[in-house]
Design a protein around this ligand. Structure first.
Ligand code: ARG
Length: 454
C-alpha cells in the first residue's frame, strides 16, 4: 500500500529503511489511547464545524468498532504501517472511505504520539501506584507481626543497637511511601494535553483544545505548542521515579538475600519463591530477590537512555523521540513485574525469631544502654561512654557478655552500678525504652502512618 505521505516522493522507500523506521512493533500497545484520542479529536472537529457533524459521527462510530476489533483480536496489526497512528487511520479509511480521510484535519502525528504516550503512562502510573500500595500492605502486615521480634540493627554491617524487625520493615515502608508520592507528582505534570499543538505551530482551524483536554481527562492543554510536541520531561521524571523504586527494591533484595544465607538465617523465603541448584542438592537460592536486584540495572539504563536521547535535540519534534517508547515501556514493565513478585514473596516470608534474638545477644549491642544507665546515675555521657568501652574490652578478654558479667566486676569499673542494671540492659528493655518518635519502641505510630496511605 502507498505511504500516506507518498505524494512528494518519486520512488518507494527501501524495505530495510521501512523496518528501521517503523515503531508499530512497540507502539501498537498504545492502540486504545490512540483511538480514544482520535475520537475526542473527531468530536471536537464536529462540534467546531471544522468537519460536518455527520462525518464526525461516522468516524467516531467506526473508531469504536476498530477498538473493539483490536480488543477481541478480530483485527490484526499490519506491520507494513509505519506506526500505530498510520495503522488506525489506514483501517479507518479502508472501512469508511473519504470520510476517514477527514480525521487528520488540524492534527499531526507529533501531537498525536505525545497525547497517546501521556495517556498510556498515566494509566500505567495508576497500576504501579496500586502495586506499591499492595507492597506497603504486605510490609505493614509483617511489621505488625514482628513488633516485638528483636534483632540487631546494623551500621557498617556491624551489629549496632537492638531494634525490632517491624521497625526495620517499616523503614522500607517509608521508602515505598515516598515512591507513591513521586509517582503522584509525576502524574501532575504528565497530565497535560499536547493535542492541538499539531506539527509544532498549532493550526489555522478554530480548534477547541480545552474540549479535547477535558474529554481525555487531562487537567489542561499545554501552554506552548512547540513545547507540547517536544516535551518528554514526564518520561524522564517517571523513569527516575521508577529507578528509585528499583533502588529501594534492590536494597530490600540485598538484605533478603543476606538474611536468607546460612550465616544469618534470619528469614526463610517460601519455597514458591526460591529455586534449587542443578548440582548442589542443599541449595535454596533467593533467585527472585537476586533478579530484582539485577533488573535495577536495566531500569537505570532506561533512564540514562532517555536522558541521552533528549540532551542534544533541537526543537521541535525529531525522529529521535521515537526512541522514548522502548525504554519507558521496558522500565514500566520491569517495575510492575518486580513489584508483583515482591508482594507475595514478602507476605510468605518466614521469620526466624530465635536466630535474630541470638544475634542480638552477641555483639555488645546494649553497650549504649549501659552508658545511658551511668548517665541516669549522674555521669556525663562521654565519661560513661569511656567506662563502657573498657567494660566491652574486658568482656572480650574474659570471653563473656555484659548481660551475664557479675556485679562485682562491674563495680571495678564504677561504683554506680547496682543490681537494677541487668533489668535495664536486657534486650527487651533496650527496645521498649526507645520510645522517641520513630524509634523501635514507638512502632504503632509508624504502622498507622503506613496504614493511612492505604
Ligand atoms: N512513530 C512516531 C514516534 O513514535 C510518531 C510521530 C511521527 N512524527 C513524524 N513527524 N514522523 O515518535
Amino acid at each position: 500500500m502507498d505511504k500516506m505521505w507518498a505524494g512528494r516522493f518519486t520512488k518507494p522507500s527501501d524495505k530495510l529503511a521501512d523496518d528501521f523506521n517503523s515503531s508499530l512493533p512497540f507502539d501498537c500497545r498504545m492502540y486504545a489511547q490512540d483511538i480514544r484520542g482520535s475520537m475526542a479529536h473527531a468530536a471536537m472537529l464536529g462540534a467546531q464545524g471544522i468537519i460536518s457533524q455527520a462525518d464526525a459521527d461516522t468516524i467516531i462510530a467506526e473508531l469504536e468498532k476498530i477498538l473493539a476489533d483490536l480488543d477481541s483480536g478480530a483485527l490484526e496489526f499490519d506491520y507494513s504501517c509505519e506506526d500505530i497512528h498510520m495503522f488506525v487511520e489506514q483501517v479507518l479509511t479502508q472501512r469508511i472511505g473519504d470520510t476517514g480521510k477527514r480525521l487528520h484535519t488540524a492534527r499531526s502525528r507529533n501531537d498525536q504520539v505525545a497525547v497517546d504516550l501521556r495517556m498510556y503512562l498515566r494509566d500505567e502510573c495508576a497500576v504501579i501506584t496500586d502495586l506499591i500500595k499492595e507492597l506497603i500492605a504486605a510490609v505493614t502486615e509483617q511489621a505488625e507481626a514482628h513488633k516485638q521480634t528483636i534483632l540487631p540493627g546494623y551500621t557498617h554491617l556491624q551489629r549496632a543497637q537492638p531494634i525490632v524487625f517491624g521497625h526495620h520493615l517499616t523503614a522500607y515502608g517509608m521508602m515505598l511511601a515516598r515512591d507513591l508520592g513521586r509517582i503522584a507528582d509525576t502524574v501532575k505534570r504528565m497530565n497535560i494535553s499536547p493535542l492541538g499543538s499539531c506539527a509544532l505551530a498549532g493550526t489555522t482551524y478554530p480548534i477547541d483544545r480545552q474540549a479535547t483536554a477535558t474529554a481525555l481527562g487531562f487537567d489542561a492543554p499545554s501552554v506552548n505548542s512547540i513545547d507540547g510536541v517536544s516535551d518528554r520531561d514526564y518520561c524522564v521524571e517517571l523513569l527516575s521515579a521508577l529507578s528509585l523504586i528499583m533502588t529501594h527494591l534492590s536494597r530490600f533484595s540485598e538484605e533478603i538475600i543476606l538474611w536468607s544465607s546460612w550465616e544469618f538465617r534470619f528469614v526463610e523465603l517460601d519455597d514458591a519463591y526460591t529455586t534449587g541448584s542443578s548440582i548442589m542438592p542443599q541449595k535454596k537460592n533467593s533467585d527472585m530477590a537476586e533478579l530484582v536486584r539485577g533488573k535495577t540495572g536495566r531500569v537505570f539504563g532506561d533512564l540514562m537512555g532517555m536522558l541521552t536521547v533528549l540532551k542534544g535535540l533541537p526543537l521541535a519534534y525529531n525522529k529521535d523521540m521515537q526512541e522514548d517508547k522502548e525504554c519507558i515501556f521496558d522500565a514500566v514493565d520491569t517495575v510492575k513485574k518486580c513489584l508483583e513478585i515482591f508482594i507475595p514473596m514478602i507476605r510468605t516470608m518466614h521469620v526466624n525469631k530465635q536466630r535474630m534474638y541470638r544475634a542480638a545477644q552477641e555483639g555488645f549491642i546494649n553497650a549504649t544502654d549501659i552508658a545511658d544507665y551511668l548517665v541516669r546515675k549522674g555521669l556525663p555521657f562521654r565519661t560513661a561512654y569511656k567506662i563502657v568501652g573498657q567494660i566491652v574490652g574486658h568482656c572480650i578478654q574474659t570471653n563473656q557478655v555484659p548481660d551475664e558479667m557479675p556485679l562485682e566486676e562491674y563495680k571495678e569499673f564504677s561504683q554506680l552500678f547496682e543490681q537494677d542494671l541487668y533489668e535495664e540492659i536486657s534486650l527487651e528493655a533496650c527496645v521498649k525504652k526507645r520510645t522517641s518518635q520513630g524509634a523501635p519502641g514507638a512502632m504503632d505510630e509508624q504502622i498507622s502512618y503506613l496504614k493511612n496511605l492505604l
